[in-house]
Design a protein around this ligand. Structure first.
Ligand code: 4NP
Length: 145
C-alpha cells in the first residue's frame, strides 16, 4: 500500500487490508510505504490513528517507510493511492514483471483523496478505503490462490 507520506492513506489501507485478510485466515504480508521520505520512522498521522480506532482498527504501531525499488521484487502486488504515486512507483520499475504488479487501490481510475490538509476528509477517506478493501481482498484471493 503506497501513498505520498505513508502517514495518512496507506497506513489506513495497510491496517484495514491486514485485518480483513486475517479475518479470511490469509497468511499475507501486508505493508505500506511512501514515495516521499519526510516521515520515515514516524507513526501514522494522529487523525488516521483516531479515525481507524473509531471504526475498530489499531494502526498505532505502524511506522512510516520510504518506498524503494527493492519492494517491487519483494511484494507481489503494489497498490497505490493516486496517480502521482502510480507515476512515481512506475518510474522505479525496471521491467514488465515489476510494472505489472502496480495498480491503483481504487477502481475506475479513481484516486484516494489526500486528506493531509483537511481534517474533515479523514472520515470519508477511511470509509472509501474500507469499502474497497473488502472487494480487493476477494480479488487478490482469486488472483493468488
Ligand atoms: P499521505 O498524506 O500521502 O496520505 O500520507 C500526506 C502526508 C504528508 C504529506 C503529504 C501527504 N506531506 O507533505 O508531508
Amino acid at each position: 500500500m503506497v501513498c505520498l507520506g505513508n502517514i495518512c492513506r496507506s497506513p489506513l489501507a495497510e491496517g484495514i487490508v491486514r485485518q480483513i485478510a486475517a479475518d479470511h485466515q490469509l497468511d499475507w504480508e501486508i505493508a505500506s510505504a511512501g514515495t516521499g521520505d519526510w516521515h520515515v520512522g514516524q507513526p501514522a498521522d494522529r487523525r488516521s490513528i483516531a479515525v481507524a480506532k473509531s471504526y475498530g482498527y489499531d494502526i498505532s504501531r505502524q511506522r512510516a517507510r520510504h518506498f524503494d525499488s527493492s519492494m517491487l521484487d519483494e511484494y507481489d502486488q503494489i497498490l497505490v493511492m493516486d496517480k502521482n504515486n502510480l507515476r512515481d512507483v512506475l518510474t522505479l520499475a525496471k521491467n514488465d514483471e515489476q510494472r505489472r504488479k502496480v495498480s491503483l487501490f481504487l477502481t475506475e481510475n479513481m484516486d484516494v483523496t489526500d486528506p493531509y490538509y483537511d481534517d474533515q476528509l479523514f472520515d470519508p477517506v477511511f470509509l472509501t478505503i474500507e469499502e474497497r478493501a473488502k472487494n480487493l481482498v476477494k480479488e487478490l484471493m482469486a488472483k493468488f490462490s
